[in-house]
Write a protein that binds this ligand. Structure first.
Ligand SMILES: [Zn+2]
Length: 141
């Protein structure tokens, strides 16, 4: 028990860190930002192709904003502030593009499968999708 205490609480502090609210925000930012690599890796392994899921951009955004707040209000270090001052721009842009792409998917009226944008037929059941059905209806009139 003493060995565990010496590892976890060296000098009587958790992990030897002098904790305060900003340290907690900074370390939360580090943990969230670092976790995105494992999430992206896990999704890529699961699908057997390189995938960057929307959660990756959310973790990037939240982690970098925590680190920016830590840099701005606690460290007040120009190098640290600049490192995180603009990273939120591509993260938000990627989230917007991801959202638009997701909304552009076509729902199959037959089996409710979520089909890729621009699909003419359902990948799951082969049912013609709304765009094609509407197009055919237009030519018949
Ligand atoms: Zn279908």
């Amino acid at each position: 028990m003493d060995a565990i205490n010496n590892v976890l609480f060296p000098g009587g502090r958790l992990l030897g860190i002098e904790w305060n609210v900003w340290k907690a925000i900074g370390w939360t930012g580090n943990a969230v930002f670092f976790s995105r690599f494992f999430v992206q890796w896990w999704v890529t392994e699961k699908r057997k192709q390189v995938v960057v899921p929307a959660i990756f951009w959310w973790l990037s955004l939240v982690g970098s904003l925590c680190l920016l707040a830590y840099a701005l209000f606690y460290r007040k270090d120009s190098v640290f502030i600049f490192a995180y001052a603009f990273t939120w721009i591509p993260y938000i842009r990627n989230l917007v593009i991801h959202h638009r792409h997701k909304n552009a998917h076509v729902l199959c009226s037959d089996c409710a499968a979520n089909c890729a944008p621009g699909s003419n037929f359902c990948f799951n059941c082969g049912h013609p999708l709304l765009a094609l059905v509407a197009e055919e209806a237009g030519t018949k009139e």
